[in-house]
Design a protein around this ligand. Structure first.
Ligand SMILES: Nc1ncnc2c1ncn2[C@@H]1O[C@H](COP(=O)(O)OP(=O)(O)O)[C@@H](O)[C@H]1O
Ligand SMILES: [Mg+2]
Length: 1078
């Protein structure tokens, strides 16, 4: 069941100011405060929404909230801006009534935010689809663009709109958006050239400088540093919570979505840059011959860059800052500008450039967002315009703004009353006249064509002669003095002559919302809004197409000598159009109030709110609303709400709702004058009656609540009891099952135990029996085996011998030996005596035998080897053996001789005819013939000699001739001396006293020393008549040379000439032989 809620439910204070009781300013503000403290920022006055700026984000703008308010009646839910938006949208869609939403309030009160909430709500609830979404997106994205160029940080609001905006959103018959049209009002262009302390220029300047890429800035000839630009105030260049760079990206993106071309964006940025450059132009005076000062541009760099940006010829612009051409009828007069005028011209140009750019932007956006069809459209207008302004110092702008608000108030009153009146007629209720303050008289004071203040100002501006703000005030003083809402010190109205709160250069107007004091200074100038024609002509000459469009009056072909319309005139005209437009529409009001001046959440400043309540005319509003019937409600919801107050209608009323309400009210005895029955609504005159009903309802609800509670509690306890009972059965069942299960499991496991015991016992019994049977069988076998054994042994005893063991042993040994010998035979080493190999022994006990066999085998092998020798070979070996015995390990020469066969005759003495004579001289058989070298005793040099050895003697003969040089019988030889070394020296020592000894001992040298000495030694050994010749082996021995005994000494060392042996006579007693070391 859908729960019907009402505005009256859970109310904090009262949700609708109409219901306030008693109505006074104090109760009004107290109600606002109470609601504000509970974050209830919206309150109604009938269908008007009062919105307090919470200065913090509240969770009341979610998609769920949108759904909650969608298609619900206005008073059904607690007050919300969505309720108003929904009401407006539905009556536009369903009743085909064009709507306008008028948002007013002072700067920072939340108008712009409210307009955005309205637009986003409408966007959320209206049709869907690709086309529609594109339109919605474009409409929504026009906001960031306009905010960038038209909003600025002020002391009141960090994002204050400095222009009035009215936007018509157009819908088709289904309620789908088609497009829109935006109108802008009075951009505060003075901000371009000068900003009050703590405020900034328009956002776009800062956004461009912080957000554009380096490349873009370079193209625009700009510098990122704000301080470089005179037109940018620096004390609040960066604002907390505003990210200019990010905003710049948002703006560019939005421009793209809205449909700006890339070159258009570029042109716009160039113009913005040009304004900044313009601000940097400075002028200096230059004296002229006519005595006047003429202004000159100080530093032309900025001018140059600006001209390059816009494609203007520098000289043209430069001239426009120095001269001014005044055209009158047929004449053209050129006058010079002084420095002050030049500055004025510069600022005027900057202001015009910027404000025209802004208007162009609005038009360009309109071009993009305008509806594509020509068919009839339904329109919803949203007006976000500056609210009533009362400052300490009020000037032309405030005057204009307050005028606009007067007009809005006027149509507010007209429309509210008209609406009220129409409703009464619609509902068939008698119309009672309502007293209210009509501000038409104030509007007239300002806008009257003949003697209105604006008309006065225009007249003064157009008047020839000197015109000043003072002359304007004088004029006002004469013309408006009688007006009851105009106050001035100088006026004829003597009442103000002594009013010191009213300075001489001011006038005061009693607006509907309070008195405002205006200072006349600047009125004329601002109204004139003069831009020298030379400047607009210079601008028109620019190459850049956009700037040409912005200054059409500069076109020389269209020189218009008529003055352009004044600012006041233009504004009055556009306000007129706006009013006409609004009057055709059904108005919806949002009145924004700001709770404090600190932009802070939670602070509610009574005086400030009171001030706003007053000038917004909210009390008036309530009074007007209450003039007829304070409260109205359709019959159905009314009956639904109060039906419990009467037995007939409770709980269900069968019949028309109206009759039900009638029965109800009669039953409650409400006085008849307190209400009136309309066609579809009941009208209640006094809030008191409503509260009486509400109070009754509250009490009744309490009783009903008790009843419901009682029944509910009974029901709840009963169901709880039944549930408990049901549960108990379930629990018991489960428990029983569980217990039975347990018992069964116990019995089962016991049965198993008993079973297993019995089975075990049976099995053991069987095993015992089987074991016994097996043992019996084994016993039988054993007994029979023993019995058989005894039998067999008894039969075979006679066949055994006592020495069988030895036989077996012998046989075994024999077998082993056999095997050993056969094995040895197979592995016998070779017959070579030098072969040292011998097979390994197979058994330890044969060790001795094995070694002995090896020795025997070796001896046998040697004997065999020797047996092969011939007699001759045997003799040779005997000689070799003798040489071995003599020299082995004693003389170093020996090893080299082992391999040489002892040939004996090396000179072929028998065959060589040269030695025939010598051969014949020797009687015995020559045992050895060889060439030796005889060492000269004097110098140690050797001379070759043939050396012959026979059994009896040795002969030395000349090698060439064979002539015998010496012949020594072996008997005369006492000993032979040789060295231990590898030389071939040997000394033949002769017995003293022998015949041969006369000449002395022989010192000879031969390579075959070993053979010579061995043979010599063997001769001694074989002949019986001679002693063996002694052989001395020593490295130092004495030799008898004639009379002297000379010591022959062998030393090891390397002789100087070659490797051979060197012999040298050192002195009388020493002959030194040096033998190369091995
Ligand atoms: N409903 C709201 N919820 C939260 N903050 C708000 C609301 N309305 C206004 N504000 C805050 O107040 C500031 C000023 O609001 P704005 O709509 O720009 O004022 P105005 O247009 O009346 O000068 C906003 O920037 C925002 O911070
Ligand atoms: Mg705003």
């Amino acid at each position: 069941m859908e729960v019907k809620t009402s505005l009256l439910d859970n109310m904090i204070g009262v949700g609708d100011m109409v219901l306030i009781e008693p109505l006074s300013e104090d109760t009004f503000i107290e109600n606002l405060r109470k609601r504000f403290d509970h974050n209830e920022i919206y309150t109604y006055i009938g269908s008007v929404v009062i919105s307090m700026n919470p200065y913090k984000s509240l969770p009341i703008y979610t998609a769920e909230k949108v759904e909650e308010y969608r298609n619900r009646n206005f008073y059904e839910l607690s007050p919300h801006i969505y309720a108003l938006a929904d009401e407006a949208y539905r009556s536009l869609r369903d009743q085909d009534k064009d709507q306008c939403i008028l948002i007013t309030g002072e700067s920072g009160a939340g108008k712009t935010e409210a307009s955005k909430f309205v637009m986003s709500y409408v966007a959320a609830v209206c049709g869907k689809g690709q086309e529609v979404n594109k339109v919605k997106e474009q409409l929504l994205q026009s906001n960031p663009v306009l905010e960038a160029f038209g909003n600025a940080k002020t002391v009141r609001n960090d994002n204050s709109s400095r222009f009035g905006k009215y936007m018509d959103i157009e819908f088709d018959f289904k309620g789908d958006p088609l497009g829109g049209v935006i109108s802008n009002y009075l951009l505060e262009k003075s901000r371009v050239v000068k900003q009050p302390r703590g405020e900034r220029n328009f956002h776009i300047f800062y956004q461009l400088l912080s957000g554009a890429s380096d490349d873009t800035l370079q193209k625009l000839k700009l510098d990122r540093d704000f301080s470089k630009y005179n037109y940018l105030s620096l004390d609040s260049a960066t604002v907390n919570g505003l990210d200019d760079a990010a905003s710049f990206r948002t703006v560019r993106n939005a421009m793209q979505i809205v449909g700006f071309m890339e070159d258009e964006v570029q042109s716009v940025l160039e113009l913005v840059a040009a304004v900044l450059k313009l601000g940097n132009l400075e002028f200096k005076p230059e004296s002229r011959c006519n005595g006047f000062d003429e202004s000159r541009i100080k530093d032309k760099n900025d001018l140059k860059e600006m001209c390059e940006l816009l494609g203007i010829e520098q000289s043209v612009l430069e001239r426009a800052f120095s001269y001014r051409t005044v055209e009158a009828k047929m004449e053209k007069v050129s006058t010079t500008l002084n420095v002050a005028q030049a500055y004025y011209a510069r600022d005027a140009l900057a202001k015009n450039l910027y404000s025209r750019l802004f208007s162009w932007l609005v038009n360009r956006i309109n071009e993009s967002i305008k509806a594509q069809t020509k068919s009839r459209k339904k329109v919803m207008g949203v007006l976000d315009i500056y609210g009533f302004e009362i400052f300490e110092d009020n000037s032309f702008e405030q005057f204009i703004i307050n005028y606009c608000n007067e007009k809005l108030q006027q149509i507010f009153i007209e429309l509210t009353l008209r609406e009220e009146q129409e409703e009464y007629i619609r509902e068939g209720i008698e119309w009672t006249n309502i007293e209210y303050f009509n501000n038409a008289i104030i509007c007239d004071l300002i806008e009257n064509n003949k003697n209105g203040i604006l008309a006065m100002l225009d007249e003064e501006c157009l008047r020839p002669g000197t015109v000043t703000d003072e002359t304007f005030l004088d004029k006002l003083n004469t013309v408006c003095a009688e007006h009851q809402h105009f106050e001035s010190r100088q006026s004829k109205n003597s009442k103000f002559l002594t009013d010191h709160s009213l300075p001489h250069n001011c006038f005061r107007i009693q607006h509907y919302a309070g008195k405002v004091l205006y200072r006349v200074e600047g009125f004329v100038d601002k109204n004139n809004d003069l831009l020298y024609r030379d400047l607009s002509q210079a601008m028109y000459k620019a190459n850049q197409s956009l700037i040409k469009i912005l200054f059409p009056e500069g076109n020389p072909a269209k020189v218009n000598l008529k003055r352009p319309p004044t600012a006041g005139f233009q504004f009055r005209a556009s306000v007129g159009t706006l009013m006409k437009n609004l009057l055709t529409k059904n108005p919806n009001y949002i009145r924004c109030i700001k709770p404090n001046d600190k932009k802070a959440a939670h602070i509610f400043t009574d005086s400030l709110v009171c001030h706003q309540v007053r000038y917004l005319g909210l009390m008036e509003n309530v009074r007007v609303r209450r003039a007829g019937y304070a409260f109205r409600q359709a019959y159905e919801p009314c009956l639904e709400r109060y039906k419990m107050l009467c037995k007939q209608t409770w709980p269900h009323w069968k019949g028309p709702a109206r009759e039900g309400v009638e029965v109800l009210l009669k039953n409650l005895q409400v006085p008849a004058e307190e209400f009136a029955y309309g066609r579809s609504k009941i009208f209640i005159r006094n809030p008191r009656t409503l509260f009486f009903l509400e109070e009754k309802r509250r009490q009744c609800l309490e009783d009903l609540a008790t009843l419901i509670q009682k029944i509910y509690r009974g029901w709840k306890s009963r169901t709880h009891f039944l549930l408990l009972k049901k549960s108990q059965v379930v629990v018991a069942a489960w428990y029983r099952r569980f217990a039975q299960q347990k018992k069964y499991q116990n019995i089962r496991s016991s049965a198993l135990v008993v079973q297993s015991f019995i089975r075990g016992w049976k099995a053991r019994k069987l095993l015992r029996e089987l074991k016994h049977k097996k043992r019996c069988e084994e016993a039988v076998t054993t007994i029979s085996a023993y019995w058989h054994g005894t039998q067999v042994r008894r039969d075979y005893r006679k066949f055994f011998r006592a020495n069988a063991g030895k036989k077996i042993y012998d046989f075994t040994i024999q077998r082993i030996m056999q095997k050993y010998f056969i094995g040895l035979k197979k592995t016998m080493p070779s017959m070579s005596p030098v072969d040292k190999s011998w097979p390994a022994r197979p058994y330890g006990f044969l060790d001795g035998t094995h070694q002995e066999l090896r020795r025997v085998f070796h001896l046998w092998r040697c004997k065999k080897y020797r047996g092969q020798f011939t007699e001759e070979k045997k003799a040779t070996y005997e000689e070799k053996l003798a040489a071995s015995e003599l020299f082995k390990d004693k003389k170093a020469l020996y090893p080299s001789s082992v391999g040489q066969p002892f040939k004996g005759d090396y000179v072929e003495i028998t065959k060589n005819p040269k030695y025939q004579k010598l051969n014949s001289l020797v009687e015995d058989k020559v045992l050895l013939a060889d060439v030796v070298s005889k060492i000269n005793r004097a110098n140690g040099k050797g001379a070759p000699r043939i050396f012959l050895l026979t059994k009896k003697s040795l002969v030395l003969a000349d090698q060439k001739t064979g002539q015998v040089k010496a012949s020594v019988p072996l008997l005369d030889l006492s000993s032979v001396s040789v060295s231990t070394q590898s030389d071939g020296f040997f000394a033949l020592k002769l017995k003293e006293g022998s015949t041969s000894a006369a000449k002395g001992d022989f010192l000879l040298s031969s390579d075959r020393l070993i053979e010579i000495i061995t043979k010599l030694h063997r001769i001694g050994a074989t002949s019986a008549d001679r002693n063996q010749i002694n052989i001395d082996i020593s490295d130092e021995f004495l030799v008898q040379f004639k009379q002297d005994k000379v010591c022959v000494k062998f030393i090891q060392g390397t002789p100087k000439n070659g490797n051979g042996v060197a012999c040298k006579r050192k002195n009388n007693r020493l002959l030194e032989v040096s033998v190369p070391s091995p």
